[in-house]
Design a protein around this ligand. Structure first.
Ligand SMILES: [Zn+2]
Length: 220
């Protein structure tokens, strides 16, 4: 994999997303590559990657799923009791997940959001480290929205696309996923909604995530 040598932004074409997901699992949870199972992504993030995972509300509109904090600093979070935004200090290596936002969207189920933030730390921490020196005043965190990437610059959009693409591949690694889907003999969403639902349960992801993964693996 290549990097932009100036910014340390990694170039990861979509054709390499499965490889990155496999490398990630080989490092943190190799058993997932041999046996179809729900990936204990919360444990991986906390115990394997040593990230501090916190569940806090991030916006009034409930449209920010998560954040990864790359350097110590102040971050704006939302206090639903007072209905006010407040600034709080967080240390680097903290991941914030909005528990209400992850309930709102199908693709953005909780595990997928945690895996998404894990990808940001795994692949993008060097970029943010570089930013600390080149643009010291810039925020040292990434903020992941439910919808498109409205306030992002080009680098941030690239990293967001990478995290969106790689997270489900960590939760449903290609080989065991194909094995399971073939065993269920999936033909179509209409005929196999029950099987799709079972696969979603097995990997502890949303049904919509399974459908997308089936299409990516040419199984639908
Ligand atoms: Zn993101």
């Amino acid at each position: 994999m290549d990097y932009n040598m100036e910014t340390l932004l990694p170039y990861i074409p979509p054709s390499e997303y499965d490889k990155v997901a496999t490398d990630f699992l080989e490092t943190y949870y190799p058993d997932a590559l041999n046996k179809p199972q729900a990936i204990p992504i919360m444990d991986i993030v906390k115990d394997g990657m040593k990230l501090d995972l916190k569940f806090v509300c991030l916006s009034e509109e409930v449209d920010i799923l998560g954040m990864t904090i790359f350097d110590d600093g102040l971050v704006e979070i939302y206090n639903p009791e007072d209905g006010l935004y407040e600034t709080q200090f967080f240390k680097k290596k903290t991941v914030l997940i909005d528990p209400e936002a992850v309930k709102k969207t199908n693709i953005g189920c909780r595990n997928n959001t945690i895996a998404h933030e894990a990808v940001h730390w795994y692949k993008h921490r060097m970029y943010y480290k570089m930013q600390k020196y080149s643009l010291p005043k810039k925020a040292k965190y990434c903020k992941c929205n439910i919808n498109d990437f409205p306030y992002m610059n080009e680098d941030e959009s690239i990293m967001e696309s990478q995290a969106v693409g790689i997270a489900p591949r960590i939760l449903m690694p290609k080989k065991p996923f194909i094995e399971v889907a073939k065993a269920y003999d999936i033909k179509s969403v209409e005929d196999n909604w029950r099987e799709i639902s079972e696969i979603a349960q097995l990997f502890d992801v949303s049904k919509q995530s399974v459908r997308i993964r089936l299409q990516e693996c040419d199984l639908l």
